[in-house]
Design a protein around this ligand. Structure first.
Ligand code: SAH
Length: 267
């Protein structure tokens, strides 16, 4: 299992292919042995990798530090029109994703993954789920991989969620039109914790939430901007004083903005 708290762990590259064409990030075979895998079941596979294909997460994907598979739910649909949804039992607005269709997608996606949910969580993105947070990102990063089921319309037939012991996780207290953006947000937060993804592993130790505090304010050049100086202590070169100042700022900020986090800390 990957240990996200161990930033120096390196993966061995097992193969490098020469290619004249630009690489398709989604189709690239696994380059690194034991790389973390995300499998996303979605009606919108073209939404992936999306922003995950850019910047740090994209480079990590390109280097094979993690792998992304988008599974098109439509291909498991019923009949000539590949129907995936139907009207809600008991009436009401909208459509619900069918249990049999989602089941077929989950079964195929599970091939080659461990059935132990602690090693490989199977998640349904859902506003009813437990709110996603940094601890959840850390837990996901410590697994071998993850399967994410993106809902659409009114959601998914409850029976298939129960049958597959699916965990529901929410991006927050609001309703999106589908699970894809939530899946990308959670994958971004998780992938950046994988060994080798961030250039500076220390930055995941000091940032917001990692020790129950929001991060202190950051400054950079120019030294004076719109008549405002950078706090003098940050330019003092005194590292002990700088650490003390940052700590105090982080505490003040957390207390003011997130009394819930502050309460938890002092308990
Ligand atoms: N009728 C549902 C909402 C359906 S929204 C309800 O009231 O609970 C359609 C899909 O978008 C959901 O199936 C889910 O996969 C996704 N979604 C919406 N809001 C979300 C959130 N806050 N977090 C994660 N996924 C969400």
């Amino acid at each position: 299992m990957n240990d996200p708290t161990e930033p120096t762990k390196s993966h061995g590259r097992i193969s490098i292919r020469a290619s004249s064409k630009p690489r398709d990030l989604m189709e690239e075979p696994r380059l690194v042995k034991g790389a973390w895998v995300a499998k996303v079941i979605t009606l919108l596979p073209e939404a992936f990798p999306g922003t995950l294909g850019l910047s740090l997460t994209g480079k990590a994907l390109d280097f094979g530090l993690w792998r992304l598979e988008a599974i098109d739910l439509r291909t498991f649909g019923e009949g000539r029109h590949r129907n995936v949804d139907d009207t809600p039992a008991g009436g009401g607005a909208g459509m619900v994703l069918r249990a049999d269709v989602v089941d077929a997608a989950l079964r195929q996606t599970a091939e080659g993954t461990p059935p132990d949910r602690a090693r490989w969580p199977v998640i349904y993105l859902s506003p009813r789920g437990k709110p996603f947070d940094q601890a959840t990102a850390r837990r996901f990063a410590g697994c071998e991989g993850i399967t994410l089921l993106c809902g659409r319309f009114e959601g998914v037939d409850q029976r298939v969620l129960d049958h597959h012991q699916i965990e529901e996780v929410s991006l927050g207290d609001f309703v999106l039109t589908g699970g894809e953006i939530a899946a990308q947000a959670m994958l971004d937060a998780t992938v950046r914790l994988l060994p080798g993804v961030l250039g500076n592993a220390a930055s995941t130790v000091e940032e917001s939430f990692s020790d129950g505090l929001l991060e202190h304010p950051q400054y950079t050049r120019p030294a004076i901007w719109e008549g405002q100086d950078i706090p003098a202590v940050l330019q003092s070169g005194n590292h002990a004083e700088i650490a003390k100042w940052r700590r105090a700022e982080a505490e003040t900020l957390t207390r003011a903005r997130r009394p819930d986090m502050w309460e938890k800390r002092i308990k």
